[in-house]
Design a protein around this ligand. Structure first.
Ligand code: MCU
Length: 398
């Protein structure tokens, strides 16, 4: 690329990020009963290149924060961190571990929290790591560190009465628009690790995971923080890798599934603005969750699902991720996004049948091994593409 082309590119990126990708001030919502076109800017022009896609991602991110997740405030005024050696008890076992202790100060208020790091038993580091909301319920390879974050402490998620409760709101105030999923502190953990060579973590090889409500959170974390290389939402269902419109349709077809109307009243994962689109007005949202997932592209995403629980809206997840996959196809990296949906197991009990694809994603994206990560499978769901997708998949130039 020539110097002048490079300058044009940089300039465009800067403009995009300053302008939320150029969303006009008088932006108006338009009803769209199908899954919205991820490749269409709000001014009606088409995404044609991977640079355009980055710009469109700025728009999508802004729209999702505005209408669904609430905004993440800027970094706190100061952030300090240290590492202490400690132990944890599992039954009779005492296991050595480390605490990453973080202090964040903003406007005169300081909060402190810790995440515990379980390092690999061998090897030298810097180690790749998986940050797990609430601890992992998938197998983490032995050469990868696990960082356990008690995200409930940062933003509580017990019920609808949890809004504004948690360390995040102590720091930024109870009226911060950020929903619990926006507030969970993955970005602050990465900020801390980036300044701590002694933590011996390779911050260019980070994954994030969580199951169920924490799976929704893992998807959001991967979507909002570009430093995450691999995102692994497990059984996130409605509000995660399912699409609002498809869940509404699943419900209309007689299945008892979770919809946006229910979710915004059940808990605080989303901001109150979602209420505007309930009940069942989700066709006015200028995005759906295929586009939330698309904020991750071209980085790696493996969405793990379970058909055993109708409430999770399994058909919607399959359809939604089928639509999302087209974004990675357009970018020429279809193998960076995988979907695996199995049945016959309890919620969050990861089955052996899905282990090969999980191993492949860890090997390829955290351990730099050249393995094949192509996977898109379900045991019994279907999706009628022509009913839901009326856009073409462009071949984006680089
Ligand atoms: C799958 O995630 C949620 C689900 O959205 C809720 O409706 C239900 O109450 O809890 C699930 C969960 O987090 O289970 C642990």
């Amino acid at each position: 690329m020539s110097v002048s082309q490079n300058l044009v590119r940089k300039d465009r990126k800067l403009q995009c990020s300053q302008n939320f990708g150029g969303i006009p001030k008088d932006f108006k919502l338009v009803k769209d009963t199908k899954l919205p076109d991820p490749f269409l800017f709000t001014d009606g022009t088409q995404v044609q290149s991977s640079d355009d896609w980055e710009c469109r991602q700025q728009q999508i991110k802004e729209l999702i924060l505005r209408y669904e997740l609430g905004y993440l405030p800027p970094k706190p005024d100061s952030l300090t961190a240290n590492l202490t050696a400690t132990t944890i008890k599992y039954g009779n076992l005492t296991i050595p571990t480390h605490n990453l202790n973080i202090n964040a100060t903003n406007g005169g208020t300081t909060i402190s929290f810790s995440a515990s790091i379980q390092y690999p038993a061998s090897g030298q580091g810097p180690y790749p790591a998986v940050i797990a909301y609430g601890g992992p319920s998938i197998h983490v390879p032995p050469s990868v560190a696990t960082i356990f974050l008690d995200n409930d402490l940062i933003a509580q998620q017990n019920s609808n009465a949890s809004r504004g409760i948690g360390l995040f709101y102590d720091l930024y105030g109870v009226n911060a628009t950020a929903s619990a999923m926006t507030a969970w502190a993955v970005s602050r953990i990465i900020d801390a690790l980036e300044t701590m060579p002694e933590a011996n973590i390779n911050t260019t090889r980070l994954a994030v995971t969580g199951c169920s409500r924490n799976g929704k959170g893992a998807l959001v974390a991967g979507a909002l923080d570009e430093r995450i290389t691999l995102t692994i939402p497990q059984e996130s269902g409605s509000g995660g890798d399912a699409c609002w419109r498809l869940s509404d349709a699943e419900q209309a077809a007689g299945y008892v599934v979770q919809t946006s109307t229910e979710i915004v009243r059940e808990n605080v994962w989303f901001s109150l603005t979602v209420d505007e689109f309930a009940p069942h007005n989700t066709s006015w949202l200028p995005f759906d969750h295929h586009m939330l997932a698309g904020l991750i592209a071209p980085r790696a995403l493996l969405a793990i699902e379970n058909t055993a629980y109708v409430w999770l809206s399994p058909q919607s997840s399959y359809g939604c991720m089928t639509a999302a996959h087209k974004i990675w196809e357009a970018l020429g990296v279809p193998q960076n996004m995988g979907f695996t949906q199995d049945g016959n197991h309890s919620h969050c009990a990861f089955p052996a049948e899905q282990q090969p694809e999980l191993t492949a994603f860890f090997e390829r994206f955290l351990l730099d091994e050249m393995v094949d990560t192509t996977v898109f499978k379900t045991t019994n769901e279907t999706f009628n593409e022509t009913e839901w997708i009326d856009w073409e998949v462009p071949k984006l130039s680089s």
